[in-house]
Write a protein that binds this ligand. Structure first.
Ligand SMILES: Nc1ncnc2c1ncn2[C@@H]1O[C@H](COP(=O)(O)OP(=O)(O)OP(=O)(O)O)[C@@H](O)[C@H]1O
Length: 801
């Protein structure tokens, strides 16, 4: 029972939240559990274990062959349905066509899913004890009839899609189905009916390995009268030890209990998930998207938005959903890419970012939009009508403008029609002010007719049209933003909202923009553009016949309702995509302005929000919380905490914990699930010469590239990014250089954190950003210090002692 014994040991070490195992092939060992690595096995038991493994693999191969045979049959069926539907086109009655459409849709979707052959199509199996009650609505009973009964009563295979045999018996259960939940939920402390959990690894149609966890080490389970085989040391360790690439893998075969609870949590309201670095928040968020689609495809298809902090994290995570069989229905977008047609390309300095992200910007932008109308506006309107020269002077024009805007929040571009009408009214009253008031009904009607022909005449006149274009120009968000390039202007229009120093910082960040706002924007600018889009509304098409927006309102407060109602009838107003569910990753970094931007896309959405306050680069958590509260309004909230770090070995997590104690005192450090036995390396450069520092960094990168199979990153303060790009030149695709803020959410086999004090000093949130940098590595970490880091004789910088 050699292999059996190993698995029993590791299963005994497994805690409620984790599945810590004894050891895996690359020398990592359990840090969360207490199990020891077994001593070297002698040749005979090793051969027996190998024989056992091969037998078990052969058994699973047989099942996989049956599954693929069935899939081939289903594929042929789906193709036949498609062909048949095509033939029905000739029938032509509405009913037949509708039926055909439905058939084509179903068969097409089915074909697509069947055709997507993924690695590990079938990846799991659970062997269960007899249930104490029959299953209800597909949900198996979790309680065994007799907890001491070692017999396997039922075996279920779990995969990326559900497959039924010809008699509708389950050959494979979709991982998201209720029946698959015990695969993820069972632990040795709460095994339920699960005796053995098996992860099956396959390549294409060939099974290449199995890894077992024994959930009831106190029993000797049997299957068909024979002792149940237990192979390998568990799947989690095998998966965590694999080298990292530039894309994230799904974790479908090793989701842990506390993670599964988040993935399958009800969709309603808001699910808020916190957890330290490496606890699987991003992975869990993506699997939750796949789960929601499975649960209610109709509701969520096309309507799930995942908001990520950076484009780097988007491309890192993009492959996960397709590998789960979900493609196209989920939009994963960086927070700087949420507005169509704009891609954030610049970074703001921390000082500028904190101004741009603040909720005060709403007020500043309101002032700015109003003021943008007045920049370069003519101060006199002169037209000739009915042989008279009619004039409106600056004071009169100011009064008219005030009336146009009124007290409401109607988007300014939608008020152009009202501006036109009130100008015509003002001109008319100039014309008639010396005429006697109409005395009777007939005279009043006649005056009204004269007014109508006056309006028609004047509003076609070039001087009037030119005036209107200049006095109430169509404004675009970029053009309005560009007016803030002048800090003097900002000081004039919004002295009470921003200080002169803040106005200067803002102006400096937009100095490169052209007059119409052309030029690169930052992720923070994108949120401002989005806010401005709301304040301005879509400009009316020039020369089109305009309708007075305000006349159609029942009240100025109802602007949005009006806009929604009238979008197809009249001027096209702000168009927004609405999502049914919104998943926010790295939520701790969102600014109030970004929360508002996301909120505008999610008015009726349910939410999943994952983040870690201890990693936040936004310095005002309370302000961000207030913005989030506003966005979630009264939605019920359910909270989860993830507690186990699957990324960093304990040795790296321990170093990071020192910074955590400074960055977010009192925050518990998640427990690392494994250890490598290799301590982080500290290196120091005893020279102020940047070239010497660069050489040391490069030498360290080269060393690490030799030590690990996967990726290696050097993380530096944002302002040293260009320098760091030079250090990795010629080192190949496995090496990357990142600014501290770019490292969010990513992971590498090895990292060099260079200039830790520089990172910590970048902003008020610098220590938390350093904590992020220190927690990116799955195998090796080097901290490279310069003189400013005050390294001791061992090279350990002051911050990490
Ligand atoms: N159950 C699991 N099985 C296997 N790997 C896992 C599991 N959970 C997490 N991981 C792995 O751990 C690593 C960290 O996961 P992830 O990036 O989702 O963590 P995170 O909480 O978002 O981290 P951070 O806060 O640092 O961004 C990833 O490589 C992920 O695949």
């Amino acid at each position: 029972m050699g292999a059996h014994g190993t698995a029993q040991q590791h299963a005994a070490a497994t805690t409620a939240g984790t599945a810590a195992t004894t050891a895996d092939g690359d020398g990592t060992s359990s840090a969360a559990g207490a199990a020891a690595r077994p001593g070297p096995a002698s040749a005979a038991p090793a051969a027996a274990a190998e024989g056992l493994r091969e037998r078990e693999i052969a058994g699973e191969q047989q099942h996989l062959d049956t599954v693929y045979h069935r899939l081939d049959e289903k594929l042929a069926e789906a193709e036949y349905v498609l062909e048949d539907a095509a033939k029905r086109v000739q029938v032509g009655t509405p009913g037949a066509l509708a039926e055909r459409d439905a058939q084509v849709y179903r068969a097409g979707a089915h074909l697509h899913r069947l055709n997507s052959e993924f690695e590990d199509f079938l990846f799991g199996r659970i062997d269960l004890q007899q249930a104490d009650a029959p299953e209800e609505h597909g949900i198996p009973s979790f309680t065994p009839l007799d907890a001491a009964d070692p017999r396997v009563a039922q075996s279920l295979h779990i995969g990326r899609l559900g497959v039924l045999d010809a008699e509708y018996g389950p050959l494979v259960i979709d991982w998201r189905a209720p029946a698959a939940a015990p695969f993820y939920r069972a632990t040795p402390l709460e095994p339920g009916r699960v005796l053995r959990r098996r992860v099956i690894r396959s390549k294409g149609r060939k099974v290449v390995g199995v890894e077992d966890d024994l959930l009831r080490p106190d029993l000797t389970p049997t299957l068909d009268g024979r002792e149940l085989a237990v192979v390998g040391d568990g799947a989690l360790m095998a998966s965590l030890g694999r080298a990292r690439s530039h894309t994230m893998r799904d974790i479908v075969s090793s989701i842990q209990k506390e993670q599964d609870e988040v993935i399958r949590a009800p969709a309603a309201g808001a699910t808020l998930v916190t957890g330290g670095p490496g606890t699987g928040k991003t992975a869990v968020a993506l699997h939750r998207a796949a789960f929601l689609l499975y649960q209610d495809r109709r509701r969520y298809a096309g309507g799930i938005l995942v908001v990520s902090p950076t484009p780097l994290l988007v491309s890192y995570t993009e492959g996960v959903l397709p590998s789960l069989g979900e493609e196209g229905q989920v939009a994963i977008r960086a927070v700087g890419s949420l507005v169509d047609g704009i891609e954030a390309e610049r970074y703001d300095t921390p000082e500028t970012a904190r101004i741009k992200g603040s909720a005060r910007m709403v007020q500043l932008l309101r002032h700015t939009a109003r003021a943008a109308l007045e920049i370069g506006a003519p101060t006199e309107l002169k037209v000739v009508a009915r042989g008279e020269v009619l004039r409106l002077d600056a004071g009169r024009l100011r009064a008219v403008r005030g009336n146009v805007v009124g007290g409401g929040g109607t988007p300014l571009n939608l008020l152009r029609a009202r501006a036109r009408r009130l100008l015509l009214d003002a001109l008319w009253s100039e014309l008639v002010k010396h005429l006697p008031r109409p005395s009777d009904h007939y005279a009043r009607e006649q005056r009204q007719e004269e007014k109508e022909s006056f309006d028609e005449y004047v509003s076609d006149e070039a001087p009037f049209l030119d005036f209107l274009d200049a006095w109430w120009p169509a404004l675009t968000p970029r053009r309005v933003l560009a007016t803030l390039r002048q800090s003097r202007h900002t000081n004039r229009i919004a002295r009470r909202v921003v200080s002169p120093e803040e106005a200067r910082l803002l102006a400096a960040s937009w100095r490169h923009l052209g007059e119409r706002g052309e030029g690169a924007l930052s992720a923070h600018d994108v949120a401002l553009v989005d806010e401005l889009q709301l304040l301005l509304g879509e400009p009316a098409r020039p020369k089109s016949r305009e309708v007075d927006a305000v006349d159609l309102l029942t009240g100025l407060d109802e602007v949005t309702t009006y806009a929604d109602r009238s979008s197809s009838r009249r001027e096209r107003v702000v168009e927004r995509t609405e999502y049914a569910h919104v998943i926010v990753d790295e939520a701790q970094d969102l600014t109030p302005m970004q929360w508002r931007m996301i909120g505008r896309r999610s008015r009726t959405a349910t939410w999943t929000i994952v983040g870690d306050p201890a990693q936040s680069s936004w310095p005002f958590p309370q302000e961000a919380q207030a913005a989030l509260d506003e966005v979630l309004a009264g939605k019920p909230r359910r909270r989860h905490t993830l507690t186990v770090n699957y990324r960093n070995p304990a040795e790296i997590a321990d170093v990071a914990a020192k910074v955590l104690a400074l960055a977010a005192p009192g925050t518990p450090s998640p427990s690392a699930v494994r250890s490598t036995g290799v301590l982080p390396r500290f290196a120091a450069v005893a020279s102020a010469d940047p070239a010497a520092f660069g050489q040391a960094a490069r030498a360290e990168l080269v060393r690490l590239l030799g030590e690990v199979d996967g990726t290696v990153a050097v993380v530096v303060p944002m302002e040293r990014r260009a320098e760091a790009a030079g250090w990795i030149e010629g080192l190949g695709a496995r090496a990357v250089a990142l600014g501290s803020l770019e490292a969010k959410g990513l992971e590498y086999d090895a990292t060099v954190v260079a200039d830790p004090t520089g990172i910590a000093g970048e902003s008020e949130a610098g220590l938390r950003v350093l904590y992020v940098a220190l927690t990116r590595a799955t195998q090796r970490l080097t901290v490279l210090s310069g003189l400013d880091d005050l390294p001791d004789a061992e090279g350990v910088p002051a911050l990490l002692r």
